[in-house]
Design a protein around this ligand. Sequence first.
Ligand code: SAM
Length: 223
Amino acid sequence: MAKRKLKKFAEVESFHNCFYLPFEEARDNGLPLKGKWHTEYFKNNNPIVLELGCGKGEYTVGLAQRFPEKNFIGVDIKGNRIHTGAKTAVDNKMNNVAFVRTRIDFIEACFAENEISEIWITFPDPQPQKTRVRKRLTNMMFIKRYKKIMKEGGIINLKTDNEPFYDYSREVAAENKFEIIDSTNDLYDDITARDEVLTSIKTHYEKLFTKKGFKICYLKYRV
Ligand SMILES: C[S@@+](CC[C@H](N)C(=O)[O-])C[C@H]1O[C@@H](n2cnc3c(N)ncnc32)[C@H](O)[C@@H]1O
């Protein structure tokens, strides 16, 4: 592994705002903060918002700066990516931010029932092959997990450059009669119609795919 990546891995482990949950721990014990995020980490009762597959955590940090009355947690398996957001939060003394390095598949081992208010899924891997449907973060198997940790009427926000993935997610939402609050296959077509957080926070992958000419899709639904 490259030296820079190794350094980031080591550093991320030392950040007070980063937590790691490997497979064995997820299976046997769960994250020690499960059910205790409000009392033992954030030390307030403010809503907790997750960013799943957060990468460098642009939404986690960007939303935390805009909404100090809420708490934000980024989840990703890749420690070197989380490093960017976690370091920004440490350097800026942001006490409403945390990161969990784990597989999203173990989300129920990280959070208790009703602990989460809202979820952002930002530019997830689209997993286009039929054989990979079970890996898509908006399939019903994942949504059932999210529903277990979310409060009644919890909201999911999806941003993606991949229109087939957006269509798939919309279909799953429609089939399951989830309330679709907002939906567009071209977010930047009329930015005045939407909240500024949707267009002013741009993730690494959003910038990458916008440069390549892809349109950005957005779906907001209540599950
Ligand atoms: C295409 S990248 C997007 C990263 C970031 N949200 C962005 O927009 O720049 C997808 C991210 O999801 C993470 N990821 C994919 N599947 C995951 C899983 N099952 N558990 C945890 N992380 C996952 C990857 O490690 C990667 O960082």
